[in-house]
Design a protein around this ligand. Structure first.
Ligand code: MRU
Length: 351
């Protein structure tokens, strides 16, 4: 499986984050070498790296890159100098909670080790970024083990956007139950929504599943309902950028429509959600910040072709909220939960 993101230590304490440039897929496999946190921020903003867990990992490694560049002889000076990097990464994309989750994890690490020499703290931050990446893959495999229970031999599974290996450290969240079911010998096939406007389904999900010989059929987004009505879809599995206490789920724009269509057609609708994507501090979906992106993503195909009249008004809402009542189960690394029970996973002491 291809690496989405890698840490690379260089000579004399130098460090780099290598980010697979997903804007070039499926045509080119090429890595961006980031030796400055601003480059990591840029990769996140421009979707060179995307997908909630992947941008959480990128944020952690971006903080580590920034930490390497700081010269400070006391902890106060160090944290003051690190602040702009953390803030820039936190502000890079608003909807996925994983960036906040990763930044808070590193801030806790610094606080718990503030009496150590600065060089030791930088080393701990670096190791934390690498650990977050490794853990993410194991978490996804656990989601796969729980989720594969709900997939039968012969099933056809619809997914939306890319919540696959490319959106994570590896293995994917929504694709994890599918990969596990395949490994268990079940014959499954995937329907990938193309996912306008940036085509993560066409460019990324179709590509990564084909790389791994998992049968996949690409459809325009607006074909999902007709396939469901014809009985050609057995279940849906999607990822999430932020799931909140009452089980409402923010995910790529179009997810809500798929969930409503699934309910209308009595098709189970599963959300794969690592704990790093669950925000226990928000009571319900209307509180989730929803990113709006530039209009040219809608009016223009990757800078190559204008498909709308110049100057037309555009709404490019990048995510939507699917209310909990449309969700059959949320698949986490701790097991499968009804959306109304997801708050039971909230760490003690958090409201
Ligand atoms: O805009 P993107 O490509 O970052 O959106 C990604 C999604 O919506 C994914 O479904 C979500 O981040 C889950 S990834 C495991």
């Amino acid at each position: 499986m291809i690496d989405t993101i890698k840490w690379q230590s260089g000579p004399a304490g130098s460090a780099q984050v290598l980010i697979l440039d997903q804007r070039l897929l499926p045509h080119d496999v090429s890595y961006i070498e980031c030796s400055d946190y601003h480059q990591v921020v840029d990769c996140i903003k421009t979707l060179a790296i995307r997908g909630a867990p992947a941008i959480g990992i990128a944020a952690a490694m971006g903080i580590a890159i920034a930490a390497h560049a700081i010269s400070a002889d006391n902890i106060k000076d160090f944290t003051t100098k690190l602040r702009p990097a953390i803030d820039a990464l936190l502000n890079s994309r608003p909807t996925a909670v994983n960036i906040q989750w990763a930044a808070e994890r590193i801030e806790r690490l610094i606080e718990n080790n503030k009496t150590l020499p600065i060089s030791a703290i930088v080393e701990l931050i670096t190791r934390e970024g690498i650990a977050i990446l490794a853990e993410d893959i194991e978490i996804n495999k656990a989601i796969g083990r729980f989720g594969a229970e709900f997939i039968k031999d012969g099933d056809t599974i619809l997914t939306h956007c890319n919540a696959g290996a490319l959106a994570t450290g590896g293995y994917g969240t929504a694709t994890a139950p599918i990969r596990t079911a395949v490994a268990q010998g079940k014959r499954v096939s995937v329907i990938a929504d193309e996912t306008r406007p940036v085509l993560q389904g066409a460019r990324l999900t179709a590509w990564e599943l084909m790389q791994d010989n998992i049968p996949v059929t690409l459809i325009p987004d607006n074909a999902a309902g007709e396939l469901m009505r014809r009985g050609e879809i057995d279940l849906c599995i999607v990822g999430t950028d932020r799931t909140v206490r009452n089980g409402d789920v923010a995910n790529k724009i179009g997810t809500y429509s798929v969930a409503v269509l699934a309910k209308e057609n009595n098709i189970p609708f599963y959300v794969a959600a690592p704990l790093s994507s669950i925000d226990f501090t928000l009571p319900s979906g209307e509180h989730i910040p929803i990113e709006e992106r530039p209009s040219d993503e809608v009016t223009n195909i990757f800078g190559r072709c204008e498909i709308a009249p110049k100057g037309v008004a555009v709404r490019n809402i990048a995510f939507d909220v699917t209310p909990a009542r449309y969700i059959t189960l949320i698949l986490t690394e701790k097991g499968a939960f009804k959306p109304e029970d997801i708050h039971l996973l909230s760490p003690k002491g958090k409201s």
